[in-house]
Design a protein around this ligand. Structure first.
Ligand SMILES: CC(C)(COP(=O)(O)OP(=O)(O)OC[C@H]1O[C@@H](n2cnc3c(N)ncnc32)[C@H](O)[C@@H]1OP(=O)(O)O)[C@@H](O)C(=O)NCCC(=O)NCCS
Length: 198
């Protein structure tokens, strides 16, 4: 049975789970030059996640995927310099950390941003991604925002199709990055459901 929970409702033992931290720090492949591979990203960002900005899909105790969001200028990742210094040294860490801060600040104008979405490979095509998108829309409605934005790589047609299915429409291509902006308006009559068949 699929259930989707906000990370801030998890126990300390659950949020300390390296497997869950690794899952949530995946993605953002376009920032590989700044954040390195998945293992490096986990070391940089995994220990200080903002759990109130992450929705996690569980089947029993098993995490199947997550959706993270940015609201009120707070996203899933803390901007902490020490892990960058430890990982890359002062010089390499400085420009990577500055680049990461810039990429985070670039998105601050969105009132509510669907920041990241990922489903583990074994659980794909069973509606988990759809349920996470719907849960994220419900979260946005809870906060009273009028629209939810996201940015998706131009080549990621699978994700684009998923977002279109849930009412997101393309807005514009981002300058200097191979990203497509998409938006879904959240009218007062919108009632996102959370159906899934894992
Ligand atoms: C994109 C992703 C989250 C979809 O998760 P999922 O659990 O497989 O999604 P669902 O099962 O809910 O699929 C819903 C819709 O996605 C689209 N979709 C799923 N698999 C697809 C495929 N192989 N090809 C094209 N579209 C596909 C379809 O529109 C599908 O609707 P349908 O079932 O009516 O055809 C998942 O593939 C993933 O984690 N990909 C890697 C990370 C990623 O790309 N994240 C998005 C970053 S912006």
């Amino acid at each position: 049975m699929l259930r989707i929970v906000l990370g801030s409702t998890l126990t300390a033992a659950q949020t300390a789970d390296p497997g869950l931290q690794r899952l949530i720090t995946q993605g953002r492949g376009s920032l590989a030059v700044l954040l390195g591979d998945g293992a490096c990203r986990y070391r940089l960002l995994g220990k200080d996640l903002h759990w109130d900005r992450v929705l996690i899909a569980f089947d029993g105790e098993r995490a199947l995927g997550f959706a993270s969001f940015r609201y009120a200028r707070r996203g899933p990742f803390a901007l902490n310099w020490p892990p960058f210094r430890r990982e890359f040294g002062v010089l390499g860490g400085s420009w990577r950390f500055a680049g990461f801060c810039l990429s985070e600040w670039r998105e601050w104008h969105y009132p509510f941003l669907l920041y990241g979405l990922r489903v583990v490979k074994a659980a794909r095509n069973h509606g988990v991604g759809s349920a996470l998108v719907q849960a994220c829309c419900a979260e946005a409605l809870k906060h009273g925002v009028g629209a939810i934005d996201l940015e998706v790589p131009l080549g990621n047609t699978r994700a684009q199709q998923l977002y279109r299915k849930h009412g997101f429409v393309p807005r514009r291509r981002r300058w200097l990055a191979p990203l497509l902006g998409m938006r879904r308006a959240l009218g007062s009559g919108t009632r996102p459901s959370q159906s899934a068949t894992p």
